[in-house]
Design a protein around this ligand. Structure first.
Ligand SMILES: [Fe+2]
Ligand SMILES: [Fe+2]
Length: 251
């Protein structure tokens, strides 16, 4: 479906204010609304500034001695599980077929990432089968995302923005691994996980073009993206302050 340019009535009829007869002015002004394509570019620009800040937070300061790759990979398991679970819930409750199938694909990809990370932990000597990432509860971001009902909000928050965050955080983690000489973990993220996350983000962009083509839907998308970034930033800051684990990868 090609994006269409829409028009939105934002002004009230002047007749009530100036007593102009209805047949003189039916509509007093209309404001051009961005196309879905233009909106996706604009939201991408808006997200970029926040993501750069998040990237700086992720890489901020000296990494503490106790910050190990094993510890960060345990956090990655939680992120992957949450990403898979949200996508699975959305898959069953999204009516648009192409979006439903995209969530199905994402559910599988994130579960695959979980398994690959668990295997990497085992190679590093950790008994990953004994890890249950649900211990300690789900994150506030998970709770926020799972409650979203609108398809536009879901693709804006869960795919376009959350996966954009994952790309930034994963890159910080890759740099951290390379700095410690762990080329295998770095390669897993760079060559296998990151291309999937990029694909999820790209699907989100494609759906935004289709679904965020009216002023209303654009506001829904913008609000969902902003809240997702706020929650991610809060989580990041809390992690940095409390445990020094800000270099943890995304989903
Ligand atoms: Fe992902
Ligand atoms: Fe993932």
């Amino acid at each position: 479906m090609a994006p269409t340019r829409g028009w939105s009535i934002t002004g009230a009829s002047l007749e009530a204010l100036l007593c102009i007869p209805r047949n003189v002015f039916a509509i007093i002004w209309a404001v051009e609304v961005m196309t879905g394509e233009e909106f996706a570019i604009s939201l991408g620009d808006e997200n970029r500034a926040a993501l750069e800040r998040l990237g700086r937070l992720s890489a901020a300061g000296e990494a503490p001695q106790e910050l190990t790759i094993e510890r960060l990979l345990r956090i990655a398991l939680k992120n992957e599980l949450e990403a898979s679970e949200v996508a699975a819930m959305w898959m069953s409750t999204t009516s648009e077929l192409d979006v439903k199938l995209a969530f199905a694909r994402q559910t599988g990809d994130e579960a695959k990432h979980y398994r690959l990370i668990a295997d990497r932990l085992k190679a590093l000597g950790v008994d990953a089968d004994r890890i249950d990432p649900r211990e300690g509860g789900y994150s506030p971001l998970f709770d926020y995302l799972r409650a979203l009902q609108s398809t536009t909000a879901r693709v804006a928050a869960g795919q376009f923005t959350r996966e954009g965050i994952a790309l930034v955080r994963n890159q910080c983690f890759i740099d951290f691994c390379e700095g410690l000489g762990d080329v295998e973990t770095a390669a897993l993220y760079r060559d296998v996980i990151q291309p999937d996350e990029r694909q999820h983000h790209e699907l989100g962009r494609r759906f935004l073009v289709l679904f965020a083509a009216t002023e209303n839907e654009q506001q829904v998308a913008r609000d969902a993206a902003r809240r997702t970034l706020e929650l991610a930033e809060e989580i990041q800051e809390v992690a940095r302050l409390k445990a020094g684990i800000s270099r943890a990868p995304g989903c």
